[in-house]
Design a protein around this ligand. Structure first.
Ligand SMILES: C[S@@+](CC[C@H](N)C(=O)[O-])C[C@H]1O[C@@H](n2cnc3c(N)ncnc32)[C@H](O)[C@@H]1O
Length: 315
């Protein structure tokens, strides 16, 4: 027990010191960097503009192997359960604010997401789908792993109140495009870093959002800090994330996501950093986006020009 606490304390000290160093590095970069949008368009613009399959077979195998532990207490997905403290209010507050902005009748406190259709892309065992449905949303959870969908359905079957509000489907976003219309909200939490083709993933998920609707993503930035913490300390030393869950090459800088979202007619409303404290086992919001981060992007209304909502507020 005390060894575990000692390890957690040591990890926290390392995290703080790495955060400080990364902040210094970021400051230096501000002096030296120039706009890299030309580089980005070379990397992201596909020749024929066609949407490809977003399922990565190696990633699929990883999640098949983990499919039985989604709801284990103290298990491999504890960090995702804890992350609900941030991401559930994140969706709830954004939907409520939008509702008020449009002058709609006030939502009830207990069911603020009533009448909201949410698509949870890469829902896994339903860790996020369930609390969103508990707030009144009608949730469709999709995942590329059939075993995940079975576990999600089995967990849901114990909850008579939620049963009518969640529908789980074993499918990918590109397959859903042709069947289920558009959603008020699309959430892809901790998924972008596991897809085969980020460009297509953002494009197809974007098409699944109604004009004026929101797209929420949480993912991991591609920095040496995330390499050190998420891939090395968290996976290999502290074992709070299953070994091999993340591949550094697939991590996603926020500027890349912003570029792709804007290309697909979205305006990024905000990008916030997320910090996990291994001592308390809790997540909190932070100004630093160099590790985990979340963002909200809003799809342009059909008749509004994208330029009206172009600038993102980086905090
Ligand atoms: C790290 S888990 C996150 C699960 C869930 N979003 C949460 O935060 O609790 C990533 C999930 O995304 C799924 N996934 C990855 N790529 C996908 C794709 N292209 N289509 C559907 N699901 C995908 C995986 O099977 C896995 O369940």
């Amino acid at each position: 027990m005390s060894t575990r606490l000692g390890l957690r304390y040591a990890a926290l000290c390392i995290i703080r010191s790495l955060h400080r160093q990364q902040r210094l590095l970021n400051c230096r970069r501000c002096f030296f960097s120039t706009s890299n949008s030309a580089i980005k368009s070379q990397r992201f613009d596909t020749e024929d503009g066609s949407a490809k399959n977003t399922v990565d077979e190696a990633e699929r195998q990883k999640f098949v192997a983990l499919s039985q532990v989604w709801w284990d207490e103290g298990g491999e997905f504890d960090l995702l359960h804890a992350m609900n403290d941030l991401r559930v209010p994140m969706v709830r507050d954004a939907v409520t604010a939008n509702h008020e902005r449009l002058g709609h009748t006030p939502l009830t406190k207990s069911k603020p997401l009533a009448n909201t259709r949410i698509l949870d892309v890469g829902c896994g065992g339903g860790i996020l789908s369930e609390p969103l449905a508990r707030l009144g949303a009608s949730v469709t959870g999709i995942d590329m792993v059939e075993e995940n969908i079975k576990i999600a359905e089995s967990h849901l079957s114990n909850d008579i109140e939620l049963l009518p509000r969640i529908q789980y489907r074993w499918t990918s976003p590109e397959e859903l495009l042709h069947t289920d219309g558009q959603f008020d909200v699309v959430v892809a939490s901790e998924v972008a870093e596991h897809v085969s083709d980020l460009v297509s993933f953002i494009e197809v998920c974007g098409k699944l959002v109604k004009p004026g609707g929101s797209f929420f993503l949480t993912t991991i930035n591609k920095t040496w800090l995330s390499y050190a913490l998420a891939l090395t300390i968290a996976e290999r030393f502290m074992k709070i994330v299953p070994v091999g869950t993340h591949d550094y090459e697939k991590l996603v800088p926020p500027s890349d996501l912003q570029y792709l979202l804007e290309k697909n007619n979205f305006a990024v409303r905000w990008i916030h950093g997320m910090f996990y404290n291994p001592l308390t086992g809790k997540w909190s919001w932070t100004r630093m986006t160099n590790m985990n981060y979340a963002l909200q992007a809003v799809k342009a209304e059909e008749n509004t020009s994208q330029s009206e909502e172009s600038s993102a507020e980086q905090t």
